[in-house]
Design a protein around this ligand. Structure first.
Ligand code: CO
Length: 606
């Protein structure tokens, strides 16, 4: 007999609906899902935590509590990224331990623990803590293809995880690229090596060969297969629960599940699919066997598409797909899963946009410093030098990265208390893991993108048409305000004006039609020229993002390459650096401000 582990409420919508499924659309079907008899259900963790507070104005802890209560007969699981928990960097041991404690307390009975780099040193603390709480612990290894990721290596590491006390194991094929023969070889290898605990295979439809891989895994003795209800599977989602159940019927692997019950559940999620139609993306729905070449996981693929669209670089999609494997090899073959998928993905986007390693993200630097763990393969000295500079050896750490971090729970608890925002201990974790958006959420300042009642949203084309009808036509001449002063200018696009080659954000003072005289425009342009003359240099935003921090103030001296601001884009931090030595004249952005590509960040005199 083979059992299924259902991923509908976590990975399925993370893979095909941008992680936006709301709790109120999950609860009504829980009773039926609870009756199926799944081995377990993953309902929490991964990107869902972030999405709850960032886009849905939902408390993730409440979601966990509600869902676990609504699924009393099913073991509910979270996906836990070792020392990254549910985010992208390492947290101190005390934060990881508190997180697991409160997750267990709120109803999480099983922890699928993995590390993006399969660095077992990063997995020890969460495994030990979850065991101590009394939870089921599933030790998970990211599946990937590379010259260094051999079947023997996987079997060896799985044996170590069994010895570390895990209750089950998981082959986590987050990119959906495991071939039937590799699935067979790894499962068989584990069984032959005497591993006694159950083995689970997690995969995605992406390559189109996953059904075959699941069958071969059955033949090799796999115990559990990961699936999702068909309505939310798509190409980047899991193989369909109903199809697998039907396929295994009357074989020695029969799950024994009730197909009528599964059809009821399917019908429910078919309606959900229609409600969330504004989030459907073509690329996430089409089978793409090229995944076996570019090895980009479903979640990362839909994120990349999204980010490229936002950056106005959707046409670069194919180039980026080609760049990713190159970057990955240069990074020592990390598996592509959050956060390493983000680090590699964003660096690949940068390389395509600005030239190879012309711009290096802070996260790439940290990866090379060893701040995510030990890269699985060798990295050339030349690459280290390219990323970290000639003194790179002094910067690379050899220890478990979180061992460098001081405890944080008590400190952050006090901070929240002082702000009057501490309602429950879980809030400290929300705040610690997502200091900016978490704080905004706790203050009640996050606005939900939509609630269930508002769905379905307008079709995007309809919305665009409406917006277009409200828009004035460009080029537009009129009065505008620049840094508090009024000018008569020509605007070539909405909210942006160019005066003497410089782009400004403006507020329109007069509506269309009230055009100032041409001479007035000229006169003011003249004034502007004089004011702006000299060796002034503009520092513009290289891409769309949010200003996380300002590193300098007007009057500060700055050297070439030093950051003037830190920009968060694609969930990664990027330095916006000075192009040459000089003095900062003015800062044109505030902390927390959203900027678009080309927006003026700072002016300096060089
Ligand atoms: Co997955």
């Amino acid at each position: 007999m083979v059992d299924l582990h259902d991923q509908t409420l976590r990975d399925a919508h993370q893979s095909v609906l941008a992680t936006r499924l709301r709790t109120e659309d999950m609860l009504p079907i829980c009773d039926k899902m609870d009756q199926v008899g799944f081995d377990s259900m993953e309902i929490w963790g991964g990107a869902t935590f972030d999405a709850c507070i960032r886009y849905l104005d939902e408390d993730p802890w409440e979601r966990l509590d509600k869902l676990s209560n609504a699924l009393p007969n099913t073991r509910v699981q979270m996906l836990e990224r070792a020392m990254n928990i549910v985010a992208y960097s390492n947290y101190p041991d005390d934060i990881v331990e508190k997180f697991i404690h409160y997750a267990y307390k709120n109803g999480c009975e099983s922890f699928r623990i993995f590390d993006a780099l399969n660095d077992l040193r990063n997995m020890r603390i969460p495994i030990e803590k979850a065991k101590k709480e009394g939870a089921h612990v599933q030790g998970s290894l990211c599946y990937t293809i590379s010259p260094i990721h051999t079947v023997e290596k996987y079997v060896e590491k799985f044996k170590k995880l069994e010895r570390m006390g895990c209750d089950s194991l998981c082959i986590k094929d987050m990119a959906g690229m495991i071939s039937p023969s590799r699935a067979y070889d790894i499962v068989k290898g584990c069984k032959d090596a005497g591993i006694k605990i159950p083995i689970d295979l997690h995969s995605h439809n992406t390559s189109g060969m996953t059904g075959l891989a699941y069958m071969k895994a059955c033949e090799a003795g796999v115990d559990v297969l990961d699936t999702s209800i068909s309505s939310l599977t798509g190409a980047t989602g899991q193989p369909p629960t109903e199809s697998l159940t039907a396929a295994l019927q009357d074989t020695e692997y029969d799950t024994g599940y009730d197909m009528d019950l599964l059809m009821d559940i399917r019908e429910y999620f078919n309606e959900i699919w229609k409600k969330y139609r504004h989030l459907h993306r073509d690329q996430a729905l089409r089978i793409d066997p090229s995944v076996t070449v570019h090895q980009i996981p479903g979640g990362m693929l839909s994120n990349l598409v999204n980010q490229l669209e936002k950056q106005g670089a959707a046409d670069k999609y194919d180039e980026v797909l080609k760049e990713v494997p190159r970057v990955r090899e240069e990074f020592g073959h990390p598996p592509l899963v959050t956060p390493s998928s983000q680090v590699v993905g964003v660096q690949a986007v940068m390389n395509v946009k600005f030239g190879r390693y012309e711009k290096i993200t802070n996260d790439t630097k940290n990866y090379f410093r060893g701040m995510y763990g030990r890269p699985p393969g060798e990295i050339s000295e030349e690459m280290y030098e390219k990323i970290l500079g000639p003194d790179w050896e002094e910067e690379v750490i050899d220890d478990r990265p979180a061992s460098l971090l001081d405890p944080q729970f008590k400190k952050n608890k006090d901070k929240l208390e002082d702000m009057g925002l501490l309602n429950k201990p879980e809030d400290v974790l929300t705040y610690t893991i997502y200091p900016d958006i978490g704080l905004k959420f706790l203050k009640g300042e996050v606005e939900a993108e939509f609630t269930s009642d508002e769905l379905p949203l307008e079709e995007p084309e309809e919305k665009e048409k409406k917006e277009a009808s409200r828009q004035i036509s460009y080029p537009w001449k009129g009065k505008v305000k620049i840094d508090g002063k009024e000018y008569n200018v020509v605007m070539n696009s909405k909210e942006k004006v160019r005066v003497n080659g410089k782009t400004y954000n403006v507020s329109v003072l007069f509506p269309e039609g009230e055009q100032p005289s041409a001479s007035a425009v000229e006169a003011n342009s003249q004034t502007q020229t004089q004011e702006m003359s000299g060796d002034e240099i503009e520092i513009n935003s290289p891409m769309l993002g949010t200003i996380l921090e300002l590193k300098v103030r007007p009057g500060d001296n700055i050297n070439q390459g030093e950051p003037v601001a830190i920009l968060e884009a694609m969930k990664m931090e990027n330095d916006v650096s000075a192009p040459k030595d000089g003095k900062i004249k003015n800062m044109h952005v505030k902390k927390g401000q959203d900027v678009e590509e080309g927006d003026l960040i700072a002016t300096m005199v060089g």
